[in-house]
Write a protein that binds this ligand. Structure first.
Ligand SMILES: NC(=O)c1ccc[n+]([C@@H]2O[C@H](COP(=O)([O-])OP(=O)(O)OC[C@H]3O[C@@H](n4cnc5c(N)ncnc54)[C@H](OP(=O)(O)O)[C@@H]3O)[C@@H](O)[C@H]2O)c1
Length: 261
């Protein structure tokens, strides 16, 4: 879809939750390049402000909302911020994860995974999708992960939360396609982002730049419920999901987590 037809199809405003850096910033930059105005959400005001200033320099309007997506009250602030806007595209990108055996961490850590990765996208979609339905057009992107296709040691809460996003995205795709709304769950493999770099010991095969993941994800809108960016990731996912016995898939994933802290 060309930049022009992207605006024609969805409208002028995009919202990105988890936008200050990494993949979220790449989504925001891609929307600005398509001439879309932006509402950007993240916790760190200064980092968000610097990105917003840069994007304004590219000729689009940008609103900033500093909030913690783990706190469901962000929905009220988001509704206020978007009350006078026709939001055409909504991306839930933020995630929280830890790499450790579940019972070596306090329960609060696992509950934070649920708050940011499970409650967050539900609250976000509830705030932004009903007006899209009323207008009969729009798009919702849920960032998921290859980690959500099978269990993995040391990644249990995160992997389960990403399975939730994948299935939520597929389900909403089925519900909303007849209403003119495109939904896609983007099941990414490793991406060069600051968050991934912090957790990394050695770059995984098939690691992609954030901009590539964004372009492949946006290109998938309207083409089906799920996208796996990157050829290596598509192949690995085919083998693990379709060919390997479930226990082997869990074993391979658990081994690959050793590349992370
Ligand atoms: N990176 C990878 O290798 C990889 C692989 C597969 C899937 N994914 C998925 O891709 C998405 C992006 O990954 P990433 O590595 O770029 O993400 P990240 O490091 O988790 O954070 C991305 C953005 O989200 C914001 N954020 C995080 N927690 C937040 C919260 N509680 N409230 C508000 N904002 C929050 C961060 O800004 P602030 O710190 O300013 O809040 C940052 O701008 C995630 O959904 C992840 O699961 C990533």
């Amino acid at each position: 879809m060309s930049a022009r037809s992207f605006v024609d199809r969805y409208g002028r405003w995009a919202v990105v939750a988890g936008a200050s850096e990494g993949l979220g910033a790449a989504f925001a930059t891609a929307f600005a390049a398509r001439g879309m105005n932006l509402v950007l959400l993240a916790r760190r005001k200064d980092v968000l402000g610097a990105l917003a200033a840069d994007l304004r320099g590219r000729g689009v309007e940008v609103r900033e909302l500093a909030c913690d997506l783990a706190d469901a009250r962000f929905a009220e602030a988001l509704a206020r911020e978007c009350a006078d806007l026709d939001v055409g595209v909504a991306v839930y990108n933020a995630a929280y994860s830890f790499v450790a055996p579940l019972f070596e961490r306090p329960l609060a850590d696992a509950l934070r995974v649920v708050d940011v990765n499970v409650r967050g996208p539900l609250v976000f979609a509830h705030a932004l999708v009903p007006p899209m339905i009323a207008r009969g057009r729009g798009a919702l992107v849920l960032m998921s992960s290859l980690a959500g296709f099978q269990g993995s040691a040391k990644l249990s809460a995160y992997a389960a939360s990403k399975a939730f996003n994948t299935i939520l995205g597929e389900s909403l795709w089925a519900e909303l396609a007849p209403k003119g709304i495109d939904v896609v769950a983007s099941c990414a493999g490793a991406i060069r982002t600051p968050g991934y770099a912090k957790a990394l010991k050695k770059e995984a095969p098939g690691t992609l730049d954030a901009a590539d993941v964004v372009e492949q994800t946006l290109a998938a809108l309207g083409r089906g419920p799920l996208v796996i960016p990157g050829g290596v990731n598509k192949l690995a996912s085919f083998v693990l999901r379709r060919l390997a016995p479930r226990a082997s898939a869990v074993g391979v994933m658990s081994k690959s987590v050793k590349g992370l802290e």
